[in-house]
Design a protein around this ligand. Structure first.
Ligand code: ARG
Length: 473
């Protein structure tokens, strides 16, 4: 017996594979992670073979119980993987054959590793989507809980990082809930499109044996069986869509991280990050660094890289299976792992964040953020907006020259710019008045923000948060 006749595909070969090639072509070192999916896929396949009369009841019972035994051994770390068997699919099949002989030799009937690996990868991605959906919800709930805890705190709303108009802090937190909600929608779409079974495609053309792909599709919770075998084995669109969705999530987390880094900086100093989520410096004893947020930003680069990697693997592939596809797992696993780690730590960081109310109150005094409110005031008194914009611009220039807030100017000073300004102007100036006067749908008014809070409470079925204000993250 040559060494390669021990390989499941060894029959055609007269000599052993070069060790360097064995090392180069193996994927067990990373695709072992598919063992649960591989085993549930094989059990469904074996049941289909039984239904179609291709194996006997006792074959099926032996196959199923031995696969479960192998699963337990892998789970507990007792199973020994062998690079000679290349990947997870052949490691499991070889162990099965080793243990039960003949019935094990029948498992691969009407199946190829090509439809097997596509199936395993779809099952894995489906599970991964469900985990990411759950973690996104934890972040959304943490944001919602903080939005409720800080419901009436006003912060400077910025464009171009310059003070623009006052907003409610809760409004800013809920903006990220919207982003994460779109991410959840994308993941659900991806899951829906993914959910077609490739089993039955075999190597690329289907099978001449009386197999039933609809049976395995149903067993494994797919919505339908394949329509085109060539596409079924070569399709990795679902992996790209998933990693794209993960890239978008990473980008949203990175934006939040950047914003919060700015808020927590000594220059702004609005946000108080919990000490347990910060790290120190090896030289500067006073430092409390926001490394978690910076790492969340940094990891985004890795996830984008994974997306580029996957797209590039796919771009030159002819129809059906090509071995290039073996490389799809590394970026897929890495992107999922990195995003899950970031989401988990972010949910906790959010739930422990606090705002510095006094700092915020004084920050809101800066930058004449009520200038737009004054322009709107003049519009309500009949002035065309462009006119009122010009006039208020002049008022602001005057206020800057005497280092005053708009609300510190007298009515007479303001009337020097427009006769339309009366005593009631003080009802629109100042951050609190600005907030109270917003009235459009989706604005930062207390009523509209409360409406958002009620909406998300319904979505997440949250009754309200506990006395300690920490919420149920
Ligand atoms: N390890 C391979 C992969 O991950 C399994 C499929 C191999 N198929 C083949 N024809 N060599 O893609």
């Amino acid at each position: 017996m040559t060494s390669d006749s021990k390989k499941l595909w060894g029959g055609r070969f007269s000599g052993p594979t070069a060790p360097a090639v064995e090392e180069f072509t193996e994927s067990i070192s990373f695709d072992y992670r598919l063992f649960r999916e591989d085993i549930s896929g094989s059990i469904a396949h074996a049941e289909m073979l039984l239904e179609c009369g291709l194996i006997t009841e006792s074959d099926f019972i032996e196959i199923r119980s031995t696969l479960k035994e192998i699963e337990e051994e892998i789970e507990s770390g007792r199973f020994e993987f062998d690079k000679k068997h290349e990947d997870i699919h052949m490691n499991i099949e070889a162990a099965l054959i080793d243990r039960i002989g003949e019935p094990g030799l029948k498992l691969h009937t009407a199946r190829s590793r090509n439809d097997q690996v596509a199936c395993d990868l779809k099952l894995w991605t489906r599970g991964a989507i469900d985990s990411v959906l759950g973690l996104l919800e934890s972040c959304q709930k943490a944001l919602l809980e903080r939005a409720q805890a800080f419901a009436d705190i006003i912060v400077p709303g910025c464009t171009h990082l310059q003070h623009a108009q006052p907003i409610l802090f809760s409004h800013a937190l809920l903006a990220y809930v919207e982003m994460f909600e779109r991410d959840r929608g994308r993941l659900r779409d991806c899951r829906k499109r993914l959910n077609t079974s490739p089993l039955g495609a075999c190597a690329l053309a289907g099978s001449s044996l009386p197999a039933d792909p609809v049976f395995t599709a149903r067993k494994l919770g797919f919505d339908s069986a394949l329509r085109n075998s060539l596409d079924a084995v070569g399709d990795r669109d679902f992996a790209v869509e998933f990693v794209f969705s993960l890239s978008m999530i990473a980008m949203h987390m990175s934006r939040l991280a950047e914003e919060w880094l700015i808020w927590a900086s000594q220059d702004q100093d609005f946000l108080d990050l919990d000490e347990s989520f910060c790290t120190g410096s090896s030289i500067m004893p006073q430092k409390k660094n926001p490394d978690v947020l910076e790492l969340i930003k940094g990891k985004t680069g890795q996830v984008y890289g994974d997306l580029t990697c996957l797209l590039t693997i796919l771009k030159g592939l002819p129809l059906s299976y090509n071995r290039d596809l073996q490389e799809d797992k590394k970026p897929l696993f890495e992107a999922k792992d990195e995003v899950c780690k970031s989401l988990s730590v972010l949910a906790l960081l959010i739930s422990r964040a606090n705002v510095k109310k006094n700092r915020l109150a004084s920050a809101c005094e800066k930058g004449h953020m009520d200038a737009t409110a004054l322009a709107d005031y003049l519009v309500k008194r009949g002035l065309p907006f462009r006119e009122s914009h010009r006039i208020v611009g002049e008022v602001v220039r005057y206020a800057v020259s005497c280092d005053k807030k708009l609300s510190e100017l007298s009515v007479d000073e303001m009337r020097g710019f427009s006769e339309l300004i009366c005593e009631d102007v003080f009802g629109v100036l100042g951050a609190r008045n600005c907030i109270e006067n917003y009235r459009t749908v989706g604005s930062s008014s207390p009523g509209e923000v409360q409406r958002q809070i009620e909406h998300w409470k319904r979505v997440f079925d949250v009754e309200g948060f506990g006395e300690d204000g920490r919420g149920k993250v």
